[in-house]
Design a protein around this ligand. Structure first.
Ligand code: SF4
Length: 389
């Protein structure tokens, strides 16, 4: 049987830079789009050679098929639909795809047309992820989003009309100026739009985002962290009572609609990323590409590698990663499988940490699986740090 691989493709172009954003994205000259996609193609051409390294590193002989592709950004929906379509077609023609691959494309409300959606569908895109973030125009404006609430609603309707039956909506809790009423409105709007998947993020302030700088933070009127934690808790209860399944700290879905691509990140599965700022996890290594798209194009055009950092995953780090990434999932970690994979019983290796965390009501062991409790999901970073030695 073939092994399964996920591909990530990064498209950095945006209409505006949101104040909280720390991704490799921004407003770039339209003249960069064509060279960027040429560079992407060039980087993707390295995939067959990369696949060989799996066997060469003594991981056993394996055939690989691609079962998930995630085109993210940035705002992939900003560029011509043909660019996206041609990249996906090239992948299809060059590599083996598993039957029924999951192919996701990130869309920002207000940036798609019927023609673009046709292009995506014809290219095999079967899941659309929409960066809605919140349903109040004043808040969208405040954080520099380039779309309106009306755009969000009409974009969902367009996707539905074009036959997309697997939609994700991203929401952010804790945006500057957001109130409890705003947050409740977000949940009721989501209930009406009925996407198959919901990602509910708590705002994080990164120092390299505008909000992370003194002038960005001044007057931002961030809601109180405890209040935002209450919104999250209430949302989890409300979503569960409405028939949603929480399967990861920030992710909810209707039955069977988990993001197959994102599950790879939490379950120790390999993925390879292309484009500026893209990350990869492959054959015992993690690496990340040059973040600046202009420099990324220069590197590829001059035949240099796009990666600017690389690190080998030692057995110890591998175990730590498996624990703290696996704990993000509601299903938690199978202790027996962990033991089989690493020859380590987590209850012995982390005995002291586990008993302290259990006493604090943050973790539990149920039917041989180590899991975060609902309280633990709120304090997940404090839990994860216990497993990093
Ligand atoms: S649209 Fe997304 S990627 Fe672009 S700046 Fe805003 S948050 Fe960042």
């Amino acid at each position: 049987m073939s092994n399964r691989l996920g591909l990530y493709i990064h498209v950095p172009f945006c209409l505006s830079k949101c104040s909280y954003c720390h991704f490799a994205s921004g407003v770039f000259a339209g003249s960069l789009i064509k060279p960027y996609f040429r560079a992407l193609r060039r980087e993707m051409e390295s995939l067959p050679g990369l696949l060989q390294t799996w066997n060469a590193k003594g991981n056993g002989v394996a055939d690989w098929v691609i079962d998930t592709i995630f085109v993210g950004g940035g705002t992939p929906s900003l560029v011509d639909g043909q660019e996206i379509g041609q990249s996906l077609e090239w992948i299809r023609n060059s590599f083996s795809l598993a039957p029924f691959p999951e192919i996701t494309l990130e869309v920002n409300p207000g940036t798609v047309t019927d023609d673009k959606l046709d292009c995506y569908r014809d290219a095999g895109v079967n899941r659309i992820s929409l960066g809605v973030q919140t349903f109040q125009d004043r808040l969208l404006k405040k954080v520099g989003r380039s779309h309106s609430v009306a755009d969000s609603i009409s974009t969902v309707e367009m996707c539905r009309r074009k036959g997309f039956d697997n939609l994700n909506v991203d929401l952010i809790a804790g945006l500057p100026g957001q109130t409890e009423d705003d947050w409740r409105e977000n949940l009721s709007r989501v209930a009406v739009l009925s996407p198959e998947h919901l990602s509910l993020y708590l705002l994080e302030i990164h120092e390299d985002a505008h909000l992370g700088k003194r002038e960005g933070l001044a007057g931002a009127a961030l809601p109180d962290e405890d209040l935002v934690a209450d919104w999250y808790r209430e949302s989890v209860d409300w979503l569960e009572s409405a028939g949603w399944e929480q399967y990861e700290i920030s992710n909810f879905c209707t039955p069977g609609r988990q993001s197959r691509h994102n599950l790879k990140y939490w379950t120790d599965q390999p993925f390879i990323g292309f484009g500026c700022g893209a990350h990869s996890y492959w054959a015992g290594e993690r690496w990340g590409n040059e973040r600046d798209p202009v420099r990324y194009v220069e590197l590829l055009e001059s035949g240099q590698p796009a990666a600017t950092f690389r690190s080998e995953i030692t057995p110890r780090r591998h175990l730590e990663e498996v624990v703290f990434l696996g704990l993000r999932l509601n299903a938690g970690l199978d202790l027996w499988r962990c033991r089989r994979k690493f020859g380590v019983d987590l209850r012995e290796r982390f005995g002291r940490e586990l008993s302290q965390l259990a006493q604090g009501g943050l973790i539990e062991i149920e039917a041989g699986r180590l899991k975060l409790t609902s309280r633990g999901r709120l304090f997940s970073n404090e839990v994860f740090v216990q497993f990093m030695q």
